[in-house]
Ligand binder design. Structure first.
Ligand code: NPG
Length: 371
């Protein structure tokens, strides 16, 4: 239990090394909110995964997150003691908004673990020192460009390729990549772009021995996904539809998916992510760690989570260079065997490089306790 002395919020922006196109839009830069929680004993960092510009992936976006953190959530924590055991309950008076809450929850956890010199990976019960990495490839301008991108990432050592798809940019591309690489772990992600009327597309995709089809239908749906899963052989993986451990339990009970993508930033932080991991493990449902183009802060958090036992499929935890010419932290690097080391230092094990952080900051605010 520690007293919070100050919470600092920053809105930061980093240019992306290349634009990232998905079914609902294209990102050319990475803007996100960071929280730095300063307690009597240590300080900790959290990164928000909400969208920039407009809420396209979920209902949260940076301007909404900033207002909620600045006006409501951070002030509610800054008037007393807080700990890993109490932080979620302290924020429960606000409904929903798991991405905003994750920013503070993860920062409080990081601070407490740093104060006790324990790594996040060890706190979460990790059993790996390195995790197997995949890469998520955005919608390319042409089949040839996609082929070239896939080849380049396989050469770098990535051990699973995920292709973004959307209606009419799907079967032909998957067929091309599968014929180039008959044996790779290959998956597709639709980001909720289809409906049950598209059953024929999924029947065709079923022929390509895909590891999974991720979030094919509506971003909050569980029932229609269960109907689709009953029609196809390829496992469905849910991402957007899983916002909590309760969602994961319902999806598993309904047969809506056979795999779960856990993004700690999407579900309210690493504690809820661990609960989802446990719910899935109890039902023999494998999980993997998704990504939201995070800076080194979110990436370090994700790597600790991905080191837990039921993370048995390669995730979207790619190297810093896949996203940024220069990361906010020391860069995360892909090892030649396609794995990435899990940070071992206290807390998430990394901090922003001070000069880089200042250069990337476009807005800053501090919330101090009411004395
Ligand atoms: O490598 O971090 C990464 C990106 C992985 O494809 C990825 N993320 O739907 O999972 C997703 C997608 C995404 C990223 C969605 C950014 C929205 C914004």
């Amino acid at each position: 239990m520690s007293r919070i002395r100050e919470i600092e919020l920053r809105l930061i922006e980093l240019p992306l090394a290349r634009p990232f196109r998905v079914s609902f839009g294209t990102s050319t830069g990475k803007q996100c909110v960071l929280a730095r929680v300063v307690t009597d004993d240590a300080e900790g960092w959290g990164e928000c995964v909400a969208d920039d510009g407009y809420p396209g992936f979920s209902g949260e976006w940076n301007e909404g997150v900033w207002t909620l953190l600045h006006e409501v959530l951070a002030p509610s924590l800054s008037d007393g003691d807080v700990s890993i055991d109490t932080v979620e309950d302290r924020l429960r008076f606000v409904r929903g908004n798991p991405m905003a809450k994750a920013t503070l929850i993860d920062a409080v956890i990081d601070a407490e673990l740093r104060a006790t010199e324990r790594s996040l990976a060890s706190f979460l019960g990790a059993d790996k020192q390195a995790v197997v990495c995949g890469v998520s490839i955005g919608i390319a301008d042409s089949v040839d460009e996609l082929r070239a991108q896939v080849d380049a990432h396989l050469e770098q050592g990535y051990r699973r390729i995920k292709l973004k798809i959307m209606p009419s940019i799907d079967v032909e591309r998957v067929a091309a990549i599968r014929s180039d690489h008959p044996d790779i772990l290959l998956s597709v992600d639709a980001n909720a772009a289809y409906s049950l009327d598209d059953l024929e597309v999924f029947r065709q995709l079923d022929a390509f021995d895909l590891l999974m089809i991720e979030q094919p239908l509506h971003h909050e749906d569980l029932v229609q996904h269960a109907a689709l899963q009953a029609e196809i052989r390829t496992p469905i993986c849910l991402d957007e539809s899983i916002r909590s451990a309760a969602d994961a339990a319902a999806a598993i009970q309904l047969g809506s998916c056979r795999i779960v993508n856990i993004k700690q930033g999407r579900v309210g932080g690493v504690l809820e992510a661990r609960r989802i991991h446990d719910v899935a493990a109890a039902a023999d449902i494998p999980v993997w760690c998704g990504g939201m183009l995070e800076t080194g802060i979110g990436r370090a958090t994700n790597l600790a989570l991905a080191a837990m036992p039921n993370f048995t499929l390669p995730g979207d935890t790619s190297a810093s260079a896949r996203y940024f010419a220069e990361d906010l932290t020391e860069p995360f690097v892909l090892q030649p065997d396609g794995t990435m080391g899990v940070p071992t230092g206290p807390g998430i094990g990394v901090v922003p490089l001070p000069k880089r952080l200042d250069a990337c900051t476009i807005r800053r605010a501090t919330i101090s306790p009411v004395s």
